[in-house]
Structure formats: structure tokens, C-alpha cells
Design a protein around this ligand. Structure first.
Ligand code: IPM
Ligand code: MN
Length: 367
């Protein structure tokens, strides 16, 4: 197949991990006989430095025209104090909204060989495999009114959800659970927040259409605790924008490193794929970043945006094989263990991609 993929390297370690994901996409294309046209556009602080808004109109146009978008990371301390329209993160929120990608899928699992690398006991971690389904273009991230009073000494945001926004994200969670272990844990703060009371009501309505899936409601504070004490008890975790943001970083720490987590944002046109980690300015440009989150995001892109499930599986198998063989970036290495650079880790994964169904080597015609 032929597909156009818009790459947005972004800030910090973004360009390094996007280069890694692009290498893997190219390797897969070569092995499976696809052609991917990869374009690169300025985004985030990289765009601000050039005097453009964080999401330049030409970048948005490229993204809307592409079959899918793969993003590295946004965020740069040099712009963190500026007004909202000149913050890199604003570009990301605008892009999500413009693409209409309301469903953010963030799988977190313990890869083979990493059970005893994290801060939790190996027994607690064994078999952890959960999917966070996070609402992405509503809630307190976008609710109006928001702002400051005229004396600037009071500030406010609005957590607001309409029933139809809850319905569509809940449907994604229940559909996902059907292909998994058939449990949805819906996260809210219904003991305090009005928007959470509506959330709980609507999720229960949607659940009645999925009698084969079990639904449980959980308050976000106790959910955060359960995620570290019994992470294996979750299958699909359904959450609004803010709670899903917070819990997904926690899930990253649970499975060993935030650098491992990929994400897919779908529901609108094409799809936006990005590692869950941020721009990590402290290690940017030093070839130290963990490329797994970005490479696994590329796998999700192939599966969700291009329908290339076998290719996605091949990438995930290669990641698992590299980790199982002891390949570790600095974030994963334990004391005294040696670690691979970003490019070495990428090579370790590409080397394990296998030859592909056509055998990989040139075939002799009539031969
Ligand atoms: C994420 C990030 C973003 C978010 C930031 C960079 C705006 O933390 O994708 O989790 O809060 O959604
Ligand atoms: Mn986040």
C-alpha cells in the first residue's frame, strides 16, 4: 500500500524518537512491500522559534491531508512562561481538536523481562496489561469559561462534559473491552463533581448495550492507589481528559518507564499517534531517549490508521524480543547494568523485525 504519514518531530527528545520511529516504519515498508511518504513539519517550540504559532497553518494542512500523523513531543522550558497562544502545548491541543480525535488509547503492559526492573514487586507486576481510554478533546482542558479576573489574583477553568461526548468515548472503551478481558473501570470523582455525576450516569447507560462487558465505577483517588497496589486488576480504564492524563503517567511508572508507553488518538480523521512521554529537555540531543514509546506508537499507527495489523504485530514482537534479550535504554537499566543509546536500541528492534512474508531477499523471476 501507499500511505502518507506526517511526522511532527516537535521539541526536546521528540526529533530523536521520531527519527527512530521513522527508521522502523521504513524498515517495515521495505520488508512488506509498502511505500510510505514521510513528511516533516515544524510544530511546538520548533515553530515558535521560527516566529510561527505552535501549530502553523501549513503544518495543520499537511496533517489534515495525511493518512496519519506521528508526533514526537512538545514542550520547552523557554516558552513555558509565555501567554497561552505562544506555548508549545497549545499547538498540541489545537491539533487534537482540529483532527477531532476524541479517543486517546494508551496501552500499558509489562514487557517480558521487565517484571523485576520497576519499583513494584515482580508478583504485583506479572501479567499487567491495561488500556487507558482517555477522552481527549473535552473536559477541563477545553471548558469555557477559563481565565483570570482583572486583578489577575483569581483564575478559573471549567470541567464540562456533554452527554454525547461521554457516550462516544464510553462506546470506545466498551468496544475495546470486548476484544480484551471484558472489564471497564470508569474513573470519576462523582462524590464531589457534577460533571462526574453525569459521567457516571451516561457510562452506565452505554454499558447496558454491552451486557457481555462488566462495568465498575471507581473514584479517581482510590483508582490512583489501586493502580500501584493491584495494577493487574485493570483491563480497560475509562477516564476523562484530566484524570486520564494523570493516570497514564502513573501507569508508565508502574510498567517500568514512561518512555515505553505509546498512544493512539482516534475517532476523527486519520489519527494522531504519539508517545506518552514528554519532551524531556534534560536529556534532549544526547541520544539517551528511550525510542520504544515512539516505535510502539508507529505500530499503533499502522494498526489503527492504515489497517496493517500484521505489520503492527511484527513491530511489537520485535520490541518484546529486544527487551527480552536484555536491551535497555538508560531509563530501564538498573544499577551497574550497561545501557544502549536511542539509536542502538532502535537498531536492536529493527534487527528483530524478521524478513517479512516475501522473504526479504530479492526473488529471482522464473527462477
Ligand atoms: C500528554 C501531555 C499533554 C496533555 C500536554 C503536553 C498538553 O501531558 O499527552 O499526556 O496534557 O495531554
Ligand atoms: Mn500527560
Amino acid at each position: 500500500m501507499h500511505a502518507t504519514i506526517a511526522l511532527l518531530p516537535g521539541d526536546g527528545i521528540g526529533p530523536e524518537v521520531v527519527a527512530a520511529a521513522a527508521d522502523v516504519l521504513e524498515a517495515v515498508a521495505g520488508r512488506r512491500g509498502h511505500t510510505f511518504t514521510l513528511t516533516r513539519s515544524p510544530f511546538g517550540a520548533a515553530a515558535l522559534r521560527a516566529g510561527d504559532p505552535p501549530l502553523p497553518p501549513a503544518t495543520l494542512e499537511t496533517c489534515l491531508a495525511a493518512d496519519a500523523v506521528l508526533l514526537g513531543a512538545v514542550g520547552d522550558p523557554a516558552f513555558s512562561e509565555g501567554p497561552r497562544e505562544r506555548r508549545p502545548e497549545t499547538g498540541l491541543l489545537e491539533l487534537r481538536k482540529a483532527l477531532g480525535v476524541y479517543a486517546n488509547l494508551r496501552p500499558a503492559r509489562v514487557w517480558p523481562g521487565l517484571e523485576d526492573g520497576g519499583s513494584l514487586r515482580a508478583e504485583t507486576l506479572r501479567g499487567v496489561d491495561l488500556l487507558i481510554v482517555r477522552e481527549l478533546i473535552g473536559g477541563i482542558y477545553f471548558g469555557e469559561p477559563r481565565g483570570r479576573t482583572s486583578d489577575r489574583r483569581e483564575a478559573f477553568d471549567t470541567m464540562r462534559y456533554a452527554a454525547h461526548e461521554i457516550e462516544r468515548i464510553a462506546a470506545v472503551a466498551f468496544e475495546s473491552a470486548r476484544g480484551r478481558r471484558k472489564l471497564v473501570t470508569s474513573v470519576d470523582k462523582a462524590n464531589v463533581l457534577e460533571s462526574s455525576r453525569l459521567w457516571r450516569e451516561v457510562v452506565a447507560e452505554v454499558a447496558s448495550g454491552y451486557p457481555d462487558v462488566r462495568l465498575e465505577h471507581q473514584l479517581v483517588d482510590s483508582c490512583a492507589m489501586r493502580l500501584v497496589s493491584d495494577p493487574g486488576s485493570f483491563d480497560v480504564m475509562l477516564a476523562g481528559n484530566l484524570f486520564g492524563d494523570i493516570l497514564s503517567d502513573e501507569a508508565g511508572a508502574v510498567v517500568g518507564s514512561l518512555g515505553l508507553l505509546p498512544s493512539a488518538s482516534v475517532g476523527g480523521s486519520g489519527g494522531l499517534f504519539e508517545p506518552v512521554h514528554g519532551s524531556a529537555p534534560d536529556i534532549a540531543g544526547r541520544n539517551l531517549a528511550n525510542p520504544v514509546g515512539a516505535i510502539a506508537s508507529a505500530a499503533m499507527l499502522l494498526r489503527h490508521a492504515l489497517g496493517l495489523g500484521a505489520e503492527a504485530d511484527a513491530i511489537e514482537t520485535a520490541i518484546g524480543a529486544a527487551l527480552d534479550a536484555g536491551c535497555r535504554t538508560a531509563d530501564l537499566a538498573r544499577e551497574g547494568e550497561s545501557s544502549l543509546s536511542c539509536t542502538e536500541m532502535t537498531r536492536a528492534i529493527v534487527d528483530r523485525l524478521g524478513p517479512g512474508p516475501t522473504g526479504g531477499s530479492p526473488r529471482l523471476r522464473n527462477g
